[in-house]
Design a protein around this ligand. Structure first.
Ligand code: PXG
Length: 448
């Protein structure tokens, strides 16, 4: 008898800890994991299957990326066709049709003159690229004193040196000097004033006003850009207070500062609109994206920029490279093919609209956990929710980690950061599955 099919082989494998040693896992407690591994064997639609045969409902869209659900045949076939037709083409001084088409299609999802796209391979690369474009933009216009960047506390902008510098997560920054000339806005969350807000909190727009004294301190004419996630994802679903993003935009305009939205999580439908730009009705100058652009199937990231930013570079001799930046795999043919197939699915299945229509049901279901033990806050927007737990005495993060492990054992994948549980399902989710997520999570919380 021949070997069983690949997925069955994987499902029948029982991993032994000493087999797991060589792989140094990212953002993982390696020793804890290898003592009690969780290995995924396959995925389809709303579910994963682990190597021990467990069926797991995916309440996190992988890591906020599989917005159209897992293992979509159309994407697989597009990538298959592409690798057999044109597997790779040099990214510099050369192109291929799919990447130009993808740029047009992505730009068409954004309003106003956000109409040029620079591609990389991840959210981190998108952030590095956006920060470099912002700094270079001022320089090519002869405004080279604008060298400072402003981020925000509790922000995640990936793991490049620029990203950790403007980012606001102490653990990701503390071992590194970071880049110079960076300051931070205060974060927008205040438990006492915002707990159990549904959608955008009423209180907190004034936190944007902190940009005024920060700008005054450094002299506004030295500041190149402000970067924020419209909704902070990784640090626990921090929803912008009403009016907050509008005020940031106003203050940036007043001082000639570029505004960058990092939409790596909020892009491609998470909020029930193509991007946060559309959802909030605030037009930034640059937008970072990744994750959902290929439904998580092939690594890709990008920066969408407004026309005036792009055009500022298009001035020197026509034979000169206008922006000395890029990656071997910028606009990789496989990523471009996956991206086009993904955008087709989003459009055909009207998934952004589906997310918008499901959002009130999602909100209701999430807030149904209000009386579960140790729940101190629930927040939500679009198909995102954060559930904050009271930390166990002397053991910050332990309670939510316990919930994470217990959920996994009961066939539910959630995301945990500190004592916050973050949920962001694929946009193909249905109401029964929403009930299943919050039902199971509620049961688990009663035991943590
Ligand atoms: N910006 C934002 C807003 C992100 O959420 C990145 C940049 C970096 O993207 P890459 O592709 O370089 O990882 C991210 C990534 C979590 C989690 O657990 C979130 C991310 C990545 C891994 C885990 O919330 N976001």
């Amino acid at each position: 008898m021949g070997p069983p099919e690949t997925s069955e082989t994987a499902m029948n494998l029982v991993p032994r800890p000493n087999d797991l040693e060589a792989y140094w896992m990212p953002f993982t407690a390696n020793r804890q994991f290898k003592a009690q591994p969780r290995l995924m064997a396959r995925a389809e639609g709303m579910h994963y299957w682990s190597t021990d045969g467990r069926k797991i409902l995916d309440a996190t869209a992988g890591l906020w990326c599989v917005n159209a659900g897992h293992a979509r045949r159309e994407i697989a076939e597009a990538v298959h066709r592409q690798v057999l037709t044109l597997d790779y083409s040099p990214a510099f001084q050369m192109g291929h049709p799919a990447v130009f088409e993808l740029a047009n299609r992505v730009a068409a999802l954004l309003p106003g003159d956000l109409d040029h796209v620079f591609f990389g391979n991840s959210g981190s690369e998108a952030v590095e690229t956006a920060l470099k474009i912002a700094l270079a933009y001022h320089r090519v216009r002869g405004d080279g004193a604008r060298t400072r960047l402003i981020g925000r506390e509790r922000a995640y902008h990936g793991v490049g040196f620029g990203g950790i510098s403007v980012g606001g997560i102490a653990a990701n920054r503390k071992l590194y000097a970071g880049i110079p000339g960076v300051d931070h806005l205060p974060q927008t969350f205040d438990l006492a004033r915002q707990a159990f807000s549904r959608g955008q909190p009423e209180w907190g727009a004034e936190r944007a006003d902190a940009l005024e004294p920060i700008a005054a301190l450094h002299d506004p004419s030295t500041i190149a850009a402000v970067i924020v996630e419209p909704v902070a994802g990784s640090t626990g679903v921090l929803v912008p207070p009403r009016g907050y993003l509008e005020r940031l935009r106003q203050i940036c305009d007043k001082f000639g500062i570029l505004l960058i939205f990092d939409e790596v999580i909020t892009g491609f439908g998470r909020l029930g609109a193509a991007f946060g730009v559309e959802y909030f009705g605030v037009l930034p100058d640059l937008v970072c994206c990744a994750k959902g652009i290929t439904n998580g199937s092939v690594p890709m990231g990008g920066v969408i920029v407004r026309k005036f930013v792009h055009d500022a570079f298009m001035t020197g001799p026509e034979t000169a490279i206008e922006f000395a930046h890029g990656y071997t795999y910028s606009g990789h043919p496989l990523a471009a093919a996956a991206g086009l197939a993904t955008l087709d699915i989003y459009a055909r299945e009207e998934l952004f609209q589906r997310a918008r229509e499901l959002a009130p049901y999602w909100e209701e279901a999430a807030h149904g956990l209000r009386d579960a033990p140790n729940v101190i806050d629930i927040r939500n927007l679009g198909l995102m929710a954060g559930i904050e737990l009271a930390p166990a005495a002397g053991k910050p993060g332990a309670r939510a980690y316990e919930a994470y492990v217990k959920c996994f054992e009961r066939g539910l994948l959630i995301r945990q950061t500190g004592d916050i549980i973050a949920l962001s399902p694929p946009l193909i989710i249905d109401r029964a599955q929403i009930d299943e997520i919050f039902g199971r999570l509620g049961e688990v919380l009663r035991t943590c």
